[in-house]
Ligand binder design. Sequence first.
Ligand SMILES: Nc1nc2c(ncn2[C@@H]2O[C@H](COP(=O)(O)OP(=O)(O)OP(=O)(O)O)[C@@H](O)[C@H]2O)c(=O)[nH]1
Length: 272
Amino acid sequence: MSTGVVYWSDVVYDIFGVDRAAFTPSCTAFLRMVYPQDRAKVEKKLAQLRDNGYYEITYRITLPSGDIRWLHEIADNTAPDDPDTLVGTVRDITVFKELELKLRKQTITDHLTGLFNRRYFMKRLTQTFALYQRNGQQAVVMLLDIDHFKAVNDTYGHAMGDQVLMRLADLFKERFRQTDVVGRLGGEEFAVLLVDSCLEDAAGVAEEIRGALAGMEFHANVDETFRVSVTCGLAGFAEDDASEYSILKRADDSLYLGKQSGRNQVVVESFY
Ligand SMILES: Nc1nc2c(ncn2[C@@H]2O[C@H](COP(=O)(O)OP(=O)(O)OP(=O)(O)O)[C@@H](O)[C@H]2O)c(=O)[nH]1
């Protein structure tokens, strides 16, 4: 290690996607290929090596082709007869890592719409409420429920109903921020957690979505079209909320009021 000499086997050149004849391995050249967001983690492990004599790490590299590869590495310099030599093994775990990420995504996703599922939405709501209690960061819960959706299914069929759900989900993906948590709670009911937002702004977004959906035509067949509407209920985090469930309850009360008073509208809790 004190000499800085680095030796790679043929397999490591293959893993890093570089040509043995044109590439000289070194600590600097290696770190340059480490994915920027993982670089600090790798450097920290290398530093720890002085204390531990051993490390194990999973990180990404960027190949010269631009592709990203996941690697698992174990390194050790505890050999009593050669303490100045660091011996490491590197394994390409990209296939396993991609499968793991895919499975993890599936467990939090609603399969029909690609939005988050109820379980994940609730998890994020719980976390966001805990954060609100700690630092007061405001957030708003918006519930959206398609009006008379049963009639859509009954009149045009379940497959057409599914298309309506997917189109509405697309509208959400276009309109909400990356930081908002958009979920399908089940059936024709959706929930959005608007992080770092206020009721007034959230009501504006809900109104835009309501208007956009009301103006949208669905084609049941060549010469038959229909429209659907949505009712929205909103509630903001408040100081006297004992838990996230009381916010959900108030958003649900707003939604219920909207359904009772004609549907196709946005109801904000503080306005009634
Ligand atoms: N196409 C489709 N329909 C679904 C799905 N999940 C639930 N539904 C249907 O959604 C409908 C919900 O009906 P209701 O709860 O009576 O509500 P609604 O007809 O929208 O009436 P309001 O909410 O009061 O305006 C039922 O017919 C369910 O079968 C789904 O994944 N796809």
